[in-house]
Design a binder for this molecule. Sequence first.
Ligand SMILES: [Zn+2]
Ligand SMILES: [Zn+2]
Ligand SMILES: [Zn+2]
Length: 135
Amino acid sequence: MIEKLLKSKKLRLTPFRKEVLEVFINEPNAIALGDIEARLKQFDRITLYRTIKSFIENGLIHEIVMPGDIKKLALCPDECSSVNHVHTTQHIHFRCKMCENIFCLDLHEFPEINIPRFKIDSIEIQGTGTCNICS
Ligand SMILES: [Zn+2]
Ligand SMILES: [Zn+2]
Ligand SMILES: [Zn+2]
C-alpha cells in the first residue's frame, strides 16, 4: 500500500520514506513535526525535513497553519497532483479547543466565492469548536 502510494506520487520508495509515511497513515488527525520526530526510531533531522518537503511538493501531505503559530501536517486526498502539488481544497481545517487536535473535514459542498477583479486560486476555511469525541 505504501509503495503504491509513493509510486502514485512519483516518489521512489526508501526505507525512511516508508517509515515517515507510516506515521501519517497511522495517525487519523493532523500531526505536528515534533510528534513525527517522537515516533521515529532513529533519524537525521535534515533527512526528515527533506522527506517532509518532498512529500509536500509531490502532493502526499499538506501543511496546515492555524492562528497561534500552530503548524501541523496531514495526508492529502488521493486527488492531489504530484506535479507542483495542486491541492484540492474541498475540506476544512477544524481545531478542537478541548483536545487541541486538528482535523481535515470533508465538505459535501464547498462555498463558491467570487470577488470581482480578484482571481482566487484557492480558499482555505478554518474552524474551531468541539470535536465529535469531546462533545
Ligand atoms: Zn494536497
Ligand atoms: Zn476534541
Ligand atoms: Zn487538511
